[in-house]
Design a binder for this molecule. Sequence first.
Ligand code: Q46
Ligand code: ZN
Ligand code: ZN
Length: 342
Amino acid sequence: MKCAVCGRKAAVEVRRQGRAFCPEHYLEWFEHQVARAIRRHRMLEKDDRVLVAVSGGKDSIALWEVLRRLGYDTTGLHIQLGIDDYSKRALEATRRFAEERGLPLIVVDLKEAYRLSIPELAELTRRRACSVCGLTKRYVMNRVAVEEGFDAVATGHNLDDEASVLLGNVLHWQTDALVRQGPVLPAKEKLAKRVKPLYLLTEREILAYTLLRRLPYQHEECPFAVGAKSLLYKEALNKLETAMPGTKQTFLEQYLKKIEPVLQKGLSAEEVALKECERCGYPTTGEVCAFCKTWDHAYRWAKRKGQIPGELRFEAEPRLTFIPEGKRGGDARPAPAQEPAG
Ligand code: Q46
Ligand code: ZN
Ligand code: ZN
């Protein structure tokens, strides 16, 4: 196949668009897709301070690289989950990426900040690791963004993630989750704006970008991802995509265009008021937020088992480590790269 732009030998095929590109024009095309999604949904303003949630995997690393190249003022946030060597290697890749580019990074180590790792939290609360992990990451991301004054949190969710979550939510008709499926969640009191600039790019396309740009990233999957329902949904969607290229994109885009606005309207009529959590002061629909409840519960069991001292009270405020030390972001903006055409 030949490159759709210059006619040279193509290196990457984008089947859903029936086009292929040489390395140079693939990188341009990819960055242009991200810039266009940001513009189309008004995800970010040019001088926003953006907190990029970086696990160390290919998606979040690619996201940070593209935002940096587009000239945004970015700071990484890496949450150390305490999942053995997997977590250590994820931090190594993230640090390497940040240090090579002179970008500021904030690390929250759950074991240091809250005394328990994700596997311990899951065991103590008898819940699935992914459930307590997701809840904890969302809380920490939001809290760091609000308290450090960032304008938005950007996450590396891709088309495969978004389409599989949509399929899961549709199969169970989870209407409250369906309305939170958009690429932008606006800011509210003590809730930072959340954006997903890669939401229309597939895992395969992101991997190609990461390899062509030679970005360091954590190659392994989290051991808890095995057997997750989301993988089953992804497989099912991949089968459909092979038979009918473009299925995932149409499924997600048409949902966002036609169905989500209707659901939003219905929901805003009966919108639940948010209150302040009695323990941490952050928004919740109940008296105590799910994060404080989960960790309080884990602390009770950890004390009974002697894992942590009996007098210790759970404090929701995370301890932050700034890398380089003392650098709080906002001064590492590169010269804006030219916005790619095509
Ligand atoms: S890190 Fe956490 Fe994921 Fe691992 S425990 Fe599950 S949610 S799979 S993105
Ligand atoms: Zn080309
Ligand atoms: Zn709380």
